[in-house]
Design a protein. Sequence first.
Length: 401
Amino acid sequence: MLLCGMMAVLLSSCTSGDSANGKVQIEFFQNKPEAKTTFDELIKTFNAEHDDIQVTQVNPPDAETVLKTRVVKNDIPDIMAMGATDTYSILAQSDIFTNLTDSSLLQTIDPNYIQMLKDLTGMDEVTGIPYATNANGIMYNKTLFKEMGLDVPKTWDELIATAQKIKDAGEIPFYFTYKDDWQTSLPFNALASNLVGIDFYQERRDNKVTFKEKYREVAEKQLELMKYGHGDNFGKAYSDGNRAFANGEAFMYIQGTWAISEIRKANPNIEIGFFPFPTGNDASKIKLVNGIDSLFTIAADTPNREQAETFIAFLLKPENIGRYIDEQTLFSAVEDVKQDDPAVQELMPYIEQGKVIDFPDHYIPAAVQLNSIVQSFLQNQNIDNYLDTLDKEWDKVANRR
């Protein structure tokens, strides 16, 4: 229904344009409150360098919901920055974005991320410019590992053995923060992507396969990890986990790279390491879960495509994307722009070698309520009910589209 409703917006055009001062007004709508200050500074520089263009940032709370509402009302921003999620996929299939397949803006983008967009939308056309990426893995306290003589685990068996050794010493192997249901999707993403793969979701869309058939090993390993938490796994939230890990209360933290800056606020001196989640016992086959955190789209009907592309090209310059990823602790989708933060250097070879795979939850419609389903499963530990629920909710949403 949402897809059909959005098609109607193509009958008229966007509202941005020339202002009284003679400058072309560009609305830059983006969804990350933590990035607002960085974008403000970049926009300030861009506006100072361009006498004929004025870019204004819009960053509302609950930005994805606001954007979908604006689309239905035919109030579409010139440029939209968002993650490569199901929302992006729906909007892309609604034809509200400019087709950028042949755009020069894609020339410096890592092809792996361009392919991720095609896989996500099921379209050959590319309507987004990947900008920054993040990663999901296992953070560890280097000091505590060194004190206990632990090596970084490279396989699933080594991970469990490491966790058991920590537990036997009376310490906390993993700090789980499952009061926030979205945190439960972090192990799910790593296990599902590596053990089952992203192709599963295209097959699921075509009703060729089910979660019940393919996800039992994922579920079993989700439960296995729960043996190595702390005494209040479902009573602690993300913010609690960041503080606890910063203060040395646990050896490992299944988390995204986005948490690094928050942890350092609590303890600037913590020595953080980060390794890809070892989901199986062949280390050579492990891929880093690394997906598009921010991409840029241009409204199909904007009269200001040229100016919008000029601004995006500015953001893609190495010095500007470099500043962005440094301040946000992210990775660049632009080739040859490196993230130098010491905490993530163990992840860099995977990115540089293309040993990456997307976040599975980007392919699961938000209406499925994945996080709530996973949280409930980790509490009741009923694998059959869990897999049946995933299939039932997927089918329910698919039938409405």
